[in-house]
Design a protein around this ligand. Sequence first.
Ligand SMILES: Cc1cc2nc3c(=O)[nH]c(=O)nc-3n(C[C@H](O)[C@H](O)[C@H](O)COP(=O)(O)O)c2cc1C
Length: 333
Amino acid sequence: MNAHATEEITSAVHAAVQAAVWAPSVHNTQPWSFVVDGEEIALRADSDRGLRTGDIMGRERLVSCGAALMNIRLVLRGLGHEARVRVLPDPDRPALLATVRLGESAEADEHTRTLCARIEHRRTHRAGFTETPVPDQLVDELVQQAAAEGARLTPVRSEAAVRALAALTEAAQEVQSQDRLFTLEVLRWARPPGSTRAEGVPAEAYPREPRRTRPHFAQRDYAHGHSWGGESDRSAATSTGLVAVLTTLSDSREDWITAGQALQRILLHADAHGVRAAFHTQPLEMFHLREFMRQELLSGEYPQMIMRLGFTPDEGRSVRRPIAEVLEERGTT
Ligand SMILES: Cc1cc2nc3c(=O)[nH]c(=O)nc-3n(C[C@H](O)[C@H](O)[C@H](O)COP(=O)(O)O)c2cc1C
């Protein structure tokens, strides 16, 4: 391989890892690391960053890593390379979630380029949305984005079902806030104002005095009694937005990685149309509530994410660890 081609591959692989870290992750734990070896990127789960109370099985950790994997795939594709992905390639190395190898050159399509351009822009929202509804055509497209990855996005249109999901979220939040271990875990990942930590949920990422949506979807209590939070709920918006649930047919580790990839594709496509997402995963962290949702509301499919989608003028803030902290380089091409 000539020097120019080698250089191009090295820079594509690095661009992909740099984009990977902008994936969403539960409490911004960023539970991943990457090993680059020539043309191959290995994505590993970092169990030291797992949630021992809220995510005993590591489901949310793998959903987060799946979202990072989607960014890698998109960026390689956007730079004109096929991405050859093997998910869970080695049963003897469970932390190795995927390997991605550069394949043939392949012209990037317009949609891939559009999604790539949103990777660093996308942010989680933690308040109400404006009254502008998410257009039906966009909802259909988001459903297709999920299906293309082997997951299902179900927009919840019935008001009764939306109220039921809101109630389940409220119940889970109430129970978790009474539980010392849950509370300590959320606090561990709450980033106080002025903190320089490059992880956790920054105080600027949620409003100090959030308005209640109708129906109300309980937010995580990252402030825990402090008057932390962004200046105000600028938009003063109180619409719940469109509630949607991402599901898979089964519930294996592979399904969780699939769900993460589908999630990220949905979020980037939505962001490209000015639509942001808020997440409410508290009920999914409680076995009986998740099972109740699955059987009573989701025809037996496994819920992987509960989200609200909508428009907001708020910009959102987040932080990430420097690449050097998550990337190990081995060998050369
Ligand atoms: C599996 C998963 C679960 C999440 N659950 C919640 C949640 O319950 N509440 C919330 O406000 N954000 C939730 N988030 C969003 C993360 O807090 C967010 O992605 C992280 O702080 C990084 O910020 P960013 O998405 O703005 O880049 C979740 C994200 C993932 C991937």
